[in-house]
Design a protein around this ligand. Structure first.
Ligand code: PLP
Length: 352
């Protein structure tokens, strides 16, 4: 096999990034371990406990329960599964904002729960009145997004917690992408700010760990118990994860990245990424394009389809929002030089 992975030079669309060197090294070292079988692979199992402690610290949870998942999708599916297990209704409902990641559609399909999709207001955050209007005794969970995939918006998590409490539902926060930048902002998004029950927070996104390293956090171990199944042939007796055999590389690299970067390295990175996003937004705006204010390091702007395609033709990896805007995620690998060269291409190609 001679293929080389593509470089990150022109990647502006991804929510993953180049792992920190310490994370890459740890991933390689733990490639042949399986945290799904902690009795046989105790070192990586201990590392997973450390990963959850560190994730808890980042997410404002003193005694966290959870595990290192394959990514935000698994964490979201499992959170919905916890809620379903706790619900009395035969077909429980999970309330999600329209800005929620498509992994909740997978969760609903797999788990036989009803998704109640509520609109977002003009500011891109969930419409609280719409949430209030749709909850009832069948509501198993409300989902709040802390760093939405398309616009980086943060839902009013404390208010969602109050609504969830009023109908005895769980509150799940999807901070899969936002969780490693939000600690350096004024947003109220974590366990310490609200009655959050579960959270997705992914080291393999802004956390600079190697793929696969997602995070599922739960306020207490009994929530995680809802997922546990007996494991007769393993040395341990039960398993809460969705996958069986899992990559120890993700676990080890998550610990290595967080030990290296939390909090100062992540703060510096947030500042760099946010400055880059604001710079790019201003450059695009000054050229007459409509730009969505980048609250977090993610820029969306309306540019002509022809220009979008021409930029892709130059090798830029770009993505679009559902409303067809250009979407640039200012991940750690995205530098100011790179963005300057992107804007130079915008100038050159918009005249063609
Ligand atoms: N949640 C959010 C907010 C995301 O942005 C993403 C992916 O971009 C996911 C969940 C799914 O994560 P993964 O692709 O790691 O499963």
């Amino acid at each position: 096999m001679r293929a080389e992975p593509q470089s990150f030079d022109r990647v502006l669309s991804s929510m993953c990034t180049e792992p920190h060197p310490a994370a890459r090294e740890a991933a390689e070292r733990f490639l042949a371990t399986n945290p799904g079988d902690p009795g046989t692979y105790p070192t990586v199992a201990t590392l997973e406990d450390e990963a959850i402690e560190l994730l808890g610290e980042i997410a404002g949870l003193a005694e966290p329960a959870g595990y290192v998942a394959s990514g935000g999708t698994e964490a979201n599916v499992q959170a919905v599964r916890i809620a379903r297990e706790r619900a009395d209704a035969r077909r429980p409902t999970v309330v999600v904002p329209e800005s929620a990641h498509f992994s909740f559609n997978k969760a609903a399909d797999l788990l036989g729960v009803e998704l109640a999709v509520v609109p977002t207001a003009d500011d891109g955050r969930v419409d609280l009145e719409a949430v209030r209007a749709c909850v009832d005794e069948d509501t198993a969970a409300i989902v709040g997004v802390a760093g939405s995939t398309e616009y980086g918006r943060v839902d009013p998590i404390p208010k969602l917690g109050e609504i969830a409490d009023s109908v005895d539902a769980l509150l799940h926060v999807d901070a899969a992408w936002g969780g490693f930048v939000l600690p350096f902002t004024d947003h109220e998004w974590h366990f310490g700010h609200a009655a959050v029950d579960t959270m997705a927070i992914d080291p393999h996104k802004m956390g600079q760990a190697a793929v696969p390293a997602g995070g599922l956090l739960a306020r207490s171990a009994d929530l995680l118990d809802e997922l546990a199944v007996e494991t007769p042939y393993l040395e341990s007796t039960s398993q809460a994860t969705l996958t069986g055999t899992r990559s120890g590389a993700g676990v080890a690299s998550a610990v290595a990245a967080m030990e290296e970067l939390w909090p100062d390295g992540y703060r510096d990175q947030y500042v760099r990424s946010q400055n880059n996003a604001e710079w790019l937004a201003a450059e695009l705006e000054s050229r007459g394009y409509d730009v969505v204010d980048p609250e977090l390091p993610l820029v969306a702007a309306s540019i002509p389809t022809q220009l979008f395609e021409a930029l892709r033709g130059e090798g830029w990896r770009l993505s679009r929002t559902a409303d067809d805007e250009l979407r640039v995620v200012c991940m750690p690998h995205v530098t100011r030089n790179q963005l300057e060269s992107f804007v130079a291409d915008v100038d050159r190609l918009e005249d063609e």
